[in-house]
Design a protein around this ligand. Sequence first.
Ligand code: ZN
Length: 58
Amino acid sequence: MEQDVVKVVEQQIEQIEKTLERMRNNTFAVCEICGTHISLDEILVDPLLTKCKAHQNT
Ligand SMILES: [Zn+2]
């Protein structure tokens, strides 16, 4: 149980680090598949989004 929690937290930290890296590279809120800018509404709901609406389920 505790191991699972650690794993989940580790994954979240990893996602946050990737997001920070994307901010440094000016690719924050840009879909990593098609390069489309993710809308502000969506990024405010989930700042860790890396894909536009069209690619979120891929
Ligand atoms: Zn896309």
